[in-house]
Write a protein that binds this ligand. Structure first.
Ligand SMILES: *[C@@H]1O[C@H](CO)[C@@H](O)[C@H](O)[C@H]1NC(C)=O
Ligand SMILES: *[C@@H]1O[C@H](CO)[C@@H](O)[C@H](O)[C@H]1NC(C)=O
Ligand SMILES: *[C@@H]1O[C@H](CO)[C@@H](O)[C@H](O)[C@H]1NC(C)=O
Ligand SMILES: *[C@@H]1O[C@H](CO)[C@@H](O)[C@H](O)[C@H]1NC(C)=O
Length: 397
């Protein structure tokens, strides 16, 4: 704001020069967009699952309770972690406020974007009812349909003035927003929960990716131009998977202690996603689509934790029992009876050196590590930093 009014003052004083400058800007603006420039994103719109849920599931199905949030927010903050999630650290990088969950009715502001991610969400709908770890009804089509309504209704309401001008985004935000996707882990995990064979799960993945593409295209149709797409993490490195679906053959456990067959499902998902991104770049000529290899960042952290000051990456910091400090019936935040005494399942002593928070989600420290890596562009295709995510991949044009 300060910057633009300052610039305006100079422009008024130097009008003839400004006109000359403006024409050169117009000429240069097309190549400038297609090259490697820093982007001035006004908003973030996020779609996903619990990896980026900043309060949706907590406001609807299952209240997030202590010790979640205790590291950073010093109270539960709707997030399944001791602190911030990757999407929080990404918002920080842009100087934008943390995203409110669209499904949260209390204390929300959407002036710089909205978060449509919901824990347990899948890309494809599932007819399985929500039992325990069942899928969320807010699968990706629903999230994108909510975004579609948000886009039009927010403008109607904002035009009514009053407090809404401070709570809802300006129209121009939609074109100058970063659209982020982090979803798919639950589609694979659900296959395991539904007792599908690895081959059956694999056979479903192209259709899952197809549905993800359709939704990205839908957001493009609604004016989205900059897309930042996270691939899926190494499923076989998570306590909830290792505990519930132990592999019987020792040769299926890799050096990091992860289950190779499940990681191969994630890798196959990622391969298909990468192919889909290449296709989408052809179909959506005005879009900048960055594919981000979250799998490699997470696997790096889980396989070489000591290199980055972390410990016990496959053991839950907040859990109870078993090889991975995780049991389905005694979860983080619950109270269990141990030796006749009620015992609260709280945080481990030092979550800042731990990777896994509660068996299925990561600690704030791990989330920070991930974002510190992904901002560099080293794990992106094309290899552009987060700040430059409005830039199209020239090589694919
Ligand atoms: C999968 O198999 C297990 C063990 O046989 C069974 O307890 C469970 O109900 C099955 N799940 C589904 C969704 O069929
Ligand atoms: C374990 O896996 C290896 C490699 O895939 C295979 O050669 C071996 O037969 C398997 N062992 C059992 C007991 O299934
Ligand atoms: C397992 O979880 C408990 C909380 O129930 C925690 O106190 C303990 O430190 C955790 N164990 C490890 C190895 O992190
Ligand atoms: C884009 O610019 C950044 C610095 O802002 C640089 O680190 C990066 O290597 C550049 N990427 C490409 C693909 O040119």
């Amino acid at each position: 704001m300060m910057d633009s009014s300052h610039t305006f003052g100079i422009l008024v004083l130097m009008t003839p020069f400004y006109i000359g400058l403006l024409s050169s800007i117009v000429i240069l603006s097309v190549p400038a967009f297609a090259s490697n420039t820093s982007c001035n994103f006004l908003a973030i719109f996020n779609f996903g699952d619990s990896n980026t849920d900043t309060g949706a599931d907590s406001a609807t199905f299952s209240l997030v309770t202590p010790p979640n949030g205790e590291t950073f927010f010093h109270m539960p903050a709707g997030r399944p972690s001791d602190g911030r999630l990757t999407i929080d650290f990404m918002a920080e990088r842009f100087g934008l406020p943390y995203l409110s969950a669209y499904l949260d009715s209390l204390g929300t502001s959407f002036i710089h974007g909205a978060n449509f991610a919901v824990s347990e969400a899948t890309i494809r709908p599932s007819d399985k009812s929500r039992t325990g770890r069942g899928p969320s009804p807010f699968y990706l089509d629903v999230q994108v349909s909510q975004f579609q309504q948000f886009k039009s209704r927010s403008q109607l309401i904002r035009n009514g003035g009053e407090i809404y001008t401070n709570l809802l985004p300006e129209e121009k935000c939609f074109g100058q927003a970063l659209y982020t996707f982090d979803i798919g882990q639950n589609d694979i995990a659900l296959g395991l929960y539904n007792n599908q064979s690895l081959e059956e799960i694999k056979a479903d993945i192209p259709d899952v990716i197809n549905k993800l593409s359709k939704n990205i295209q839908a957001v493009y149709g609604l004016g989205g131009r900059s897309f930042w797409i996270h691939n899926t993490g190494p499923l076989g490195c998570f306590p909830y998977i290792l505990t519930k679906f132990p592999v019987s053959n020792a040769s299926d456990i890799d050096k990091a202690g992860c289950a190779t067959p499940y990681n191969e499902l994630s890798q196959y998902f990622n391969q298909k996603l990468k192919e889909a991104v290449v296709e989408m770049r052809k179909q959506l000529p005005l879009a900048a689509i960055t594919y981000v290899d979250i799998y490699s960042i997470k696997y790096l952290l889980m396989s070489q934790p000591q290199d980055f000051g972390f410990q016990q990456p496959l053991v839950a910091c907040c859990g109870f029992g078993g090889k991975y400090n995780f049991t389905n019936t005694a979860r983080c935040g619950q109270t269990v009876v141990v030796d006749g005494k009620p015992t609260f399942i709280g945080s481990c002593a030092n979550p800042s050196v731990r990777v896994n928070w509660d068996g299925s989600h990561l600690t704030e420290a791990a989330n920070k590590f991930i974002v510190d890596q992904l901002v560099t562009g080293k794990f992106s295709d094309p290899p552009i930093p987060l700040q430059n995510a409005c830039n199209r991949d020239e090589s694919s044009a």
